[in-house]
Design a protein around this ligand. Sequence first.
Ligand SMILES: [Fe+2]
Ligand SMILES: [Zn+2]
Length: 452
Amino acid sequence: MRFIKACFRPSLTSRLWKKPVLQPGILCHSSSVRETYLKSAINRRPIVSMPDVGNVLTNALTVNTRPNTCKYHKHQVDDCQQERDVVSVKPMPDHIVIKVRNGEEIKTSGMWLRDHCRCDLCYSESRNQSLYDPGSISSKPTIVELIHNENEICVEWDDGHRSAYETTWIMNCLLNKRPRYPNKQLWNVEKIKSANISMISYKDYMNETDALAECLRNLYTYGLAFVDDVPVNRETLIEISERISFLRECEHGKDDIFVSTSQTMYKDIAFTNQDLGFHADSAYNAEPPGYLVFHMTERSGEGGHSRYVDGYYVAESIRQHRPDAYGMLSQVLVEQELKDKGVHYVGKYPVFTVIDDEVKILRYQPTDRRFIPHLSLEQTELFYDSLRVFYQKIYSPENEYWLKLQPGRVLLLDNYRLLHGRSKFTGSRVLRNTVLPRDEVDSRIRVLTGLG
Ligand SMILES: [Fe+2]
Ligand SMILES: [Zn+2]
């Protein structure tokens, strides 16, 4: 988000505010100098006294470049600029009417605009926090004066407060121009094979921040990442996992161990040697495991290959071709349950948890479904048809990606995005996995790669 502070010093005359000029104590937003102080919307300092003004100007002029990504829209600023098609901006008492080039008129709320002011009275840049609660504003703010000046909209409110915004930022908010799944590559088999995801060596991963960042970039982009040349033992899997975040306890301890039937203590099919269909882990949890880390530490016999599918890709395809099915899968709450030694989980969630117009969590675990609410006859039929559409997509040879996990190669997997499973097998197969909490990993991805 990029807001511009023009001349907010209360004692400045209205005339100066309208026609700012570059002189000591006054920031100008109508000349090329404007570019130099556009370091970001939230980077403006308050102009409260003349000495401060000097500092503001000095700071502003040391900024060399515009931010290269739009904070709120997660795409390049240049893309934002291409959306700029404002013809006129008309102030009304409590809202503004923006006329765009195609003749459309868009209304935006004065309260919304006021709430997104990023002057230093409203927002602390150093703390990265808002300084007031919008609910505390008792009445609708009224616009006293509004200036649409090329790329900016400057507003003076009835309480004397002044705000300035970039037109492109406002337009992108109004047009909701946020791309779906920004910087993620949704994939089918052909795409994931041609992506040639890099293998990060265990040594580099453990010692080099760049290698760890590359691994996390792969995880964010494709929903999976690999670490290679890993010593085959339990400790290294935990080491690899803890390099990213603390571990979330599994149902059976710090890590889960999936072994052949003869050794298993648990009822869950995952702990047998039977075919295991596509699923996301722990779909009954309010916060399912965010990321899974797998290491096949022992393998002999036939079968037991692992299958993966990009749930976001499948969901997006359904959204485009069967919006009715997409709607059902994102609205109907499926009751899911797990009852095993000492645990009893129950949760009601849709298959697609959609937030901000994109799927955030896939909850699909057919073995654990208990109850589908009875809807109208028509809706019930549509829901089962939607499940059928989903099933056909995930098991389609174009989307189902088979991998042979092997000792020495660790796989990191996004459990909110990818579904996984395996074919039945003979012989011995020991697969270990740990669980990483979602927020911690996402935070690490943001810090090390800037993604997300
Ligand atoms: Fe699983
Ligand atoms: Zn403000």
